[in-house]
Design a protein around this ligand. Structure first.
Ligand SMILES: C[S@@+](CC[C@H](N)C(=O)[O-])C[C@H]1O[C@@H](n2cnc3c(N)ncnc32)[C@H](O)[C@@H]1O
Ligand SMILES: [Zn+2]
Length: 269
């Protein structure tokens, strides 16, 4: 099993350090081991996805294991899998994929993200994984090729999980629950609104199970600044409140997530 060509959707075959399809399209492997399968004409901007500053801020937050409790809860869904292909959609720099691999070392880990700086770090961190720069709306993998898929706070092309999953496969979607980062949002916004707790309708899949997990973390100012830099709050909130974050000292923040597990809809007789 391998990547497919983003132009003609034929399988890509790896010859030395390049991937080729039968039609003649060719993609070179980067030195970090990933491949860029995002055609320039399908980019909406020069550097789509999270920028380098966001990616590096998230790397520092993950290095401090601020999200470890969530990562362990995600990995628990995969720990029984062996010799299975698992895809991390919108993998960022590969933190969750790494924790999943710790719990399920025999799986094949695949990851895509539209941000090249993120994919570069993911490929460097997990040489055993296979990573590509690609869009979650047009994943360069074949139909029914994945045994499981997960996505942590990343966009999902609504018909892609059902297309990519094998018959018995499942898709785990992680999104923020109502009061995720509540104290931070209260600090940044005059009138913060709780996140809406909804499960996306995904064609061909049914929500089998939803769980909510929450915990609180105490963050020192530099990590708090990184947490803001890696979230949409980097571009929102009140400038004065952001400036005072540094003076807060250790700040206790509530983390709250929804883990939504989908499976293929059973055909009714
Ligand atoms: C909030 S970050 C989460 C990253 C990672 N899953 C994590 O939690 O550490 C969202 C990610 O989605 C990526 N992204 C945004 N739009 C995308 C798209 N259309 N296709 C694939 N990835 C996308 C961003 O580049 C970013 O890495
Ligand atoms: Zn091709």
């Amino acid at each position: 099993m391998n990547w497919i060509c983003p132009h003609c959707r034929e399988p890509l075959v790896k010859v030395e350090r390049s991937y080729h399809c039968e039609t003649g399209h060719c993609f070179d492997q980067a030195k970090e081991g990933y491949v860029n399968l995002l055609p320039a004409n399908r980019k909406r901007s020069r550097d789509p996805g999270d920028n380098r500053e966001m990616v590096e801020a998230r790397k520092r937050v993950h290095a401090a294991d601020v999200y470890r409790t969530l990562a362990e809860a995600v990995a628990a869904y995969f720990k029984e899998l062996s010799h299975a292909s698992v895809l991390d959609l919108g993998c960022g720099e590969g933190y969750y994929g790494g924790v999943v691999l710790e719990h399920a070392p025999k799986i094949s880990m695949w990851g895509i993200d539209i941000a090249k700086p993120a994919v570069r770090l993911a490929a460097k961190a997990h040489p055993r994984g296979r990573f590509a720069v690609a869009s979650a709306y047009e994943v360069p993998l074949g139909d029914s090729s994945m045994d499981a898929i997960f996505s942590v706070f990343a966009p999902v092309g609504e018909s892609e999980p059902a297309r990519l999953l094998s018959h018995e496969g499942f898709f785990l979607n992680i999104c923020p629950a109502a009061r995720h980062l509540w104290q931070l949002r209260e600090h940044l916004y005059a009138d913060p609104k709780p996140h809406k707790e909804v499960a996306a309708a995904l064609p061909g899949l049914a929500l089998e199970k939803q769980e909510k997990i929450g915990f609180s973390v105490a963050l020192e100012p530099p990590l708090l600044a990184d947490l803001v830099a890696m979230t949409p709050y980097a571009y929102g909130g009140q400038r004065e409140s952001k400036a005072t974050l540094e003076q807060l000292g250790v700040f206790e923040v509530q983390m709250e997530f929804l883990l939504q597990c989908y499976r293929r809809e059973q055909a009714t007789a």
